[in-house]
Structure formats: C-alpha cells, structure tokens
Design a protein around this ligand. Structure first.
Ligand SMILES: [Zn+2]
Ligand SMILES: [Zn+2]
Length: 231
C-alpha cells in the first residue's frame, strides 16, 4: 500500500513540467502537446480494439466467452504515448499515474459502473525490487482517490513467469496459467475494478479476472488500463 509518507512526497514533489516536452506546464501536459495527442473514439467496449462501424463489441469478443464485464483505457500505445509509458514504467516516474487516472476516472464515471473495490495486477517480487514500485498500484491509488473507492492488493504472482513480450499468444496463455494466487482473509464482494498499465493481448488480465472470480464472491470485474496496444 502507498504510505502516508509517499503520498506526502507526491504532493510536495508534484511536477510542474509537461511530461511530454519538459516545458513548464500547469498540469501534466502543456497545451501544445495536448493538441498533438490522439485519443480513441469508437472502440470495442470489451477489448478496446478500434471499431469503424456502429458496433459496441468487436467480432473477436463476440465470438469468445468474455471474462470481464467492461473495459476502459486512456489511449492507444502509439506516438507520444509510448514515451510517456516508458517514463512511467522504467524511469522512476510513478506519479504519471495521476495523469492517467484523471482522464481514466472521468471515462469510468461516464460508464456508471458501480465499483466496490479497486485492485491491480501484481509484479513479481524480483521486478518490484528492481523497479522499486508497481506502476499499476499507483494507477489504482490515484483512481481510488478520484473515484472515492477503497483500493488494495488482492493478487500475487505465485510462479515464475517469462516476460510476455517474447511469447506468442498460445505461449502467453500457458505462461500465465495459474500464475496468480489470492491474498487470503479478505472479504471482498460485489464489483471490482482491476487495473493494469498496458493491455496487449489481454492474457494476463483474463487470468487475473478468472482467479478473482473463482476466489471471491464477485458480481462483476471491470478492467482499466492506461494504454491499449494495437495488435
Ligand atoms: Zn509539452
Ligand atoms: Zn473486442
């Protein structure tokens, strides 16, 4: 959990620089850069793939049984968004989560999802130790502040997984199979918002959703990620 001290530091060290160009800015993004950023318009409500026709669910999501009950994200992983994700994940700038959650919480509120608890995809102990923070936990933390819903960990990684990047879809599924355990002794009911930084094939999110639904008395699991990779 993010401590009071870290929270205090985030407030004090709050950057007054545009995260894209580094120039002085009132918020996270200066007006110049904001004009250049693309936001998704018509997309599948279940997986975020762009839709050109007036559909709500894409062909693939219609075909297979859906694991979760709704999906929202901020942008596609392209252009300037790639740089911001790199800073967010690898350059010790976890406060960028605030920027994503400001946009994300507005989109989530528009959906009128009833959310009882927010949780996030865990990192392995090794990655967490190397990076020093879990960027998805920061997303959950800021979403929790703006949506006024409690957040906390529910999942942990119980087996060694290979980096998903190097694997094809079938290998990804095998890699994630039974990868997560749940933190015991939690009384969680109702609807959960599950948060991750990047949605690529959805394999990790599917396995997390399956584990959560199997382990807790849940009604719905909604998904939020900062970005969606176009594949
Ligand atoms: Zn800028
Ligand atoms: Zn879809």
């Amino acid at each position: 959990m993010i401590s009071f001290f870290e929270n205090f530091l985030l407030d004090v060290l709050f950057p007054k620089k545009c995260v894209f160009c580094g120039r002085y800015s009132e918020g996270f993004v200066c007006k110049n850069c904001l004009k250049k950023l693309k936001f998704p318009e018509y997309y599948c409500l279940s997986c975020g793939q762009p839709l050109t026709v007036d559909l709500q669910i894409c062909y693939n999501c219609n075909k297979e049984e859906r694991k979760w009950d709704g999906y929202e994200f901020v942008a596609y992983y392209e252009d300037g968004w790639k740089d911001i994700i790199s800073l967010f994940k690898f350059k010790n700038k976890p406060y960028i989560a605030d920027f994503f959650s400001q946009i994300g919480s507005k989109k989530i509120l528009r959906k009128k999802w009833k959310i009882d608890y927010i949780t996030y995809v865990p990192l392995s102990y090794k990655t967490l130790k190397e990076r020093g923070y879990n960027q998805s936990e920061y997303l959950a933390y800021f979403l929790s502040k703006s949506l006024k819903v409690a957040y906390g960990p529910l999942l942990y990684l119980k087996k060694n997984i290979k980096p998903q990047k190097t694997l094809n879809l079938k290998e990804r599924e095998e890699n994630m199979m039974n990868a997560f355990g749940v933190i015991e002794n939690r009384e969680i009911n109702g609807n959960i918002l599950l948060v991750d930084d990047v949605y690529t094939t959805g394999t990790t999110l599917k396995e997390c959703t399956r584990t959560l639904k199997k382990s807790f008395n849940l009604d719905k699991v909604y998904i939020f990620t900062a970005v969606r990779v176009l594949i």
